[in-house]
Design a protein around this ligand. Structure first.
Ligand SMILES: Cc1cc2nc3c(=O)[nH]c(=O)nc-3n(C[C@H](O)[C@H](O)[C@H](O)COP(=O)(O)O)c2cc1C
Length: 142
C-alpha cells in the first residue's frame, strides 16, 4: 500500500499531492491529518521550501516517523528556486534507517510575482506520470 502526505501553506504542493496520489492510485493527506501510517510500502512525502527549510509541521511528522511504519520514502515538492526538500528529509530519516529515494519530483511553485501559474497542467501531468512509474516499480519489487 502506498500513501501520500504533504505540507502546503499556499496550495502549490497540495496540487502536486493530488496528482501524485492519482498516479500512485492512493489517497493524499495533509500532515495534520495523517495520523495512521502503518504498513506503507512507498510513502510519498510532499513539502515546499520556506526560508530555506521545510515546514515545521512536516519536520515534526518526520521526526516521529519510524522504520517500522514505512518501507521507503519518495519526496516531491515545489519551491520558488532550485532547492528541494530532499536533502532535509534525508537528514531527518536516514539516521533512523528509513530509506529515502534519490528519485524525487520537484517543480517550480508560484511565489509573489515569480513562477505564475506553477505548478501548471504540465507539471501536474509529469507528477502523475512520475508517481505511476514509481508505484509500478515498487509493486514489482514486492
Ligand atoms: C514565507 C515563505 C518563504 C519562502 N522561502 C523560500 C525559499 O527560501 N526558497 C525557495 O525556493 N522558495 C521559497 N518560498 C516559495 C515557496 O517554496 C513556493 O511558493 C512553494 O510553491 C510554496 O508551496 P505551497 O503553496 O505548497 O506552500 C517561500 C515562500 C514563502 C511563503
Amino acid at each position: 500500500m502506498n500513501k501520500v502526505i504533504y505540507a502546503s501553506r499556499g496550495g502549490n504542493t497540495e496540487k502536486l499531492a493530488a496528482a501524485i496520489a492519482k498516479g500512485a492510485g492512493c489517497e493524499a493527506f495533509s500532515v495534520d491529518s495523517a495520523a495512521n501510517i502503518e504498513g506503507v510500502d512507498t510513502l510519498f512525502v510532499g513539502g515546499s521550501i520556506y526560508a530555506g527549510k521545510i515546514d515545521s509541521s512536516l519536520r515534526k511528522f518526520l521526526d516521529k516517523l519510524s522504520a517500522s511504519q514505512v518501507r521507503n520514502i519518495v519526496v516531491f515538492g515545489t519551491a520558488a528556486g532550485n532547492k528541494s526538500a530532499l536533502a532535509e528529509v534525508k537528514t531527518i530519516l536516514e539516521p533512523k534507517g528509513i530509506k529515502v529515494s534519490d528519485e524525487a519530483f520537484q517543480c517550480k511553485g508560484s511565489f509573489l510575482f515569480a513562477n505564475r501559474g506553477r505548478p501548471n497542467d504540465e507539471d501536474l501531468k509529469h507528477a502523475e506520470e512520475f508517481a505511476r512509474k514509481i508505484s509500478e516499480g515498487s509493486t514489482h519489487a514486492l
